[in-house]
Design a protein around this ligand. Structure first.
Ligand code: TRP
Length: 331
């Protein structure tokens, strides 16, 4: 039997090239080797997005984005967290095995408390219970599907470790392997994707290139990437160039070699390097953009895909909850 890879995608904003290279592509790569279960973590997004129109739009766009990027919903169980009521049953059960101190140490909560304290506010100002108990819901997402590996960015590793702790506490208490203990697989070592200003591409830095931006806008953004002030004639170092780092993510090995050569011999300005970068990025993203538009134009089909995913997911979830209830004596 194949091992299970599971990950949650929080629908908090539009997808950008950093998400695509750093998370989506590596997660799709894993689907070849694992039984993959990927879901839209809409209840996690509810903690921060209270505008119903915005949340609904984000859910659709992010789901369509993953499908457009190549997620095959026949091979991967692809669903919305909110379609799996067992998630919430398991969350409640896991709460009984989660110490409050563990939640106090979760980094998102700790950061909120630190910010509040620094500003002289009440330590818990603006903190809802959804944020405070975030790692328990996430542990339920993971444990529910007997996950072996959880591909996540570095910032989520602590949460997966908490899921491990909680699963182990349950197994220890009942002296049997009731729940599968998951492992994190860190994805962002695959590629640090530089943003427009040279820092890591991230929504919070406002330096992103949206994945499905129209061709014209894509070119404009790429032409805006910051460079140093080296003139055309000067030989340039590809390895320290943000443009080249991005180029490597989209170009063939031969193309990379050819552009590196152009950098080193001099006579190529940044404008020209950017045009070449635009060419390869646009080449890869054009079919994705077209698929994305087609999926967004057919909401009934998108709903059907997600419903089909939920239907396949629920029996697995129900089996885990049943196992736990039996072990716990609430059969
Ligand atoms: N917390 C994750 C994030 O912000 C999203 C997420 C929710 C998740 N549930 C999960 C990731 C379960 C992996 C497994 O990116």
């Amino acid at each position: 039997m194949k091992k299970v890879a599971l990950t949650g995608i929080k629908p908090t904003g539009i997808l950008h090239i950093g998400n695509y290279c750093g998370a989506i592509k590596p997660a799709l790569e894993l689907t070849k080797e694992y039984d993959a279960r990927y879901f839209i973590a809409d209840y996690h997004a509810l903690n921060s997005i209270k505008d119903p129109k915005k949340l609904a739009a984000n859910i659709r766009e992010v789901a369509a984005g993953w499908l457009a990027a190549g997620l095959n919903p026949d091979a991967v169980i692809f669903y919305r967290q909110s379609s799996i009521p067992e998630t919430f049953e398991l969350t409640t059960m896991l709460m009984a095995f989660t110490s409050k101190g563990l939640m106090n140490r979760a980094h998102a909560y700790k950061a909120a408390v630190q910010d509040n304290t620094a500003q002289g506010d009440d330590p818990d100002a603006g903190v809802n219970m959804g944020l405070f108990t975030y790692p328990v819901l996430m542990a339920a997402d993971i444990i529910l599907f007997d996950s072996d590996v959880v591909p996540v960015g570095r910032d989520q590793v602590q949460h997966v470790e908490m899921a491990q702790d909680i699963a182990q506490a349950v197994n220890f208490n009942y002296k049997q392997d009731v729940l599968k203990v998951p492992q994190a697989v860190v994805q962002d070592t695959v590629a640090v994707v530089p943003g427009l200003d040279g820092r890591k591409m991230s929504k919070s830095y406002g330096n992103t290139i949206p994945l499905f931006t129209p061709e014209k806008q894509l070119r404009k953004l790429i032409l805006r990437i910051v460079t140093n002030s080296q003139v055309v004639e000067e030989p340039k170092d590809p390895e320290t160039s943000q443009i080249f780092l991005l180029y490597k993510l989209f170009a063939s090995v031969e193309e990379q070699g050819a552009l590196a050569h152009r950098y080193r011999e001099g006579g190529m300005g940044w404008g020209e390097a950017k045009e070449e970068l635009f060419r390869v990025v646009n080449r890869e993203l054009t079919p994705l953009r077209n698929r994305f538009e087609a999926i967004m134009a057919d909401p009934a089909k998108l709903d059907a895909i997600l419903a089909q995913g939920a239907e396949r997911a629920r029996p697995i979830a129900a089996a885990t909850v049943a196992r736990f209830r039996k072990a716990a004596g609430i059969d």
